[in-house]
Design a binder for this molecule. Sequence first.
Ligand code: DX5
Ligand code: ZN
Length: 222
Amino acid sequence: MYRIAPSLLSADFSRLGDEVRNVVASGADWIHFDVMDNHYVPNLTVGPLVCEAIRPHTRAPIDVHLMVKPVDRIIPDFAKAGANVITFHPEASEHIDRSLGLIRDSGCQAGLVFNPATPLHHMDHVMDKLDLVLLMSVNPGFGGQKFIPETLNKLCAARARLDAYEARSGRRILLEIDGGVKADNIAEIAAAGADTFVAGSAVFGAARDADPNRYDSIIGAL
Ligand code: DX5
Ligand code: ZN
C-alpha cells in the first residue's frame, strides 16, 4: 500500500485551508508539513500555529518534517497543534532516543530523516521507537530541486534493513522519500522500496496551472 503526501511548501500560502482540502479531495493520503528554522537549514517556513490553523480543514494525517535544531522543545507544541507524524534529522538532536520517545509519548508517530549523505546506521539502536524512516533525495531546505539518483541505492539498503527488522519483530516501519519526486520517476522510486511519497512542486506546481482547485490528474499520475 502506497501513500502520497503532498508537501505544503509549494502550496499557495495565502489559502492553505483550501489547498489542504483540495489536495485531499484529489486523493492525497497525508499532508506533509515542512518546518524550517533558518539555522539547521537555510530557509524559514512555518511553526505550530500554522499546523493548528490547517488542522480543522482535514482528517488526513499531518506529517510534520522538522528541519530545526534543537528539536525537543518544539515537539510537544506540534503534538498539541494536531500533528500525527513527527520526524527529525539525527544531526539536529543531541539525544536521538530521547527525541523519539518524546514524540511517541506525545501521541504521535515518530520518524528519523536521513539527508543524502547521512549514513543509515543512525537507525540501528532505535528501531523499536521508529514508525517511519524518511530518506531525503535532495538536500533539505527548498522545494523544486532535482532528485539525487544515488538515493535509489540507499532506498534499497534501507528497505533491506526495514524488511529484516519486520521479519524479526513483526512490526512494519514505513519508508518515506522526500525531494524531486515526479510522475516520471516515482515508479523506479517505488521499485527501490519506498512506500510513502512526498511531492511538493509536482503536485502544487504544474497541476495548479491547469486547474487551481483540483489535483486529481497529478496525484493520479503519481
Ligand atoms: C525539502 C522539503 C521537501 C520539499 C519537496 O527540504 O523537505 O518536503 O517540499 O519538494 P519537491 O517535491 O518540490 O522536491
Ligand atoms: Zn519535507
